[in-house]
Design a protein around this ligand. Sequence first.
Ligand SMILES: [Zn+2]
Ligand SMILES: [Zn+2]
Length: 150
Amino acid sequence: MFLEEDEYHIPRKCNKCGGVMVFQGVGEYACEDCGEKDFDDYGKVRGYIERHPGANAVEIEMFTGVTQRAIRKMLRDSRLEVRADSRAFLRCDICGKEIRSGKLCSACEMAMHRKIEAEQRTQTRDKSMRGYAIRPTGATGMKRFRREEN
Ligand SMILES: [Zn+2]
Ligand SMILES: [Zn+2]
């Protein structure tokens, strides 16, 4: 079983001389004795995406040996950033459509937003707090903005 800090398979020992590996930043490690470089899972995936910006999770898994599950986890934790032209890595929590970041696709996010707005409107009406009511123009503006985003 791995400890929490071993989640990314951090290299501890040099493959060449058995020396201690020292963290160099962004998933990169170097041997204290001979300078041999190695990477943890994060460093491997990040390096691969930098060289192949359009790569998908299957390719990354094939070339780095890092599991798709671990790759997705890095994306969800926002440890990794995928370029806008990159193919999808994640799936929407609600409908399962492929997405690039976050948890929901734009359609489900919009539906969720509408639902929350409708609930807020109902609550506001129930409380008869007209002063706090959401202006209808504001809601329309939000929808228009959302649509442009897609
Ligand atoms: Zn070494
Ligand atoms: Zn969705």
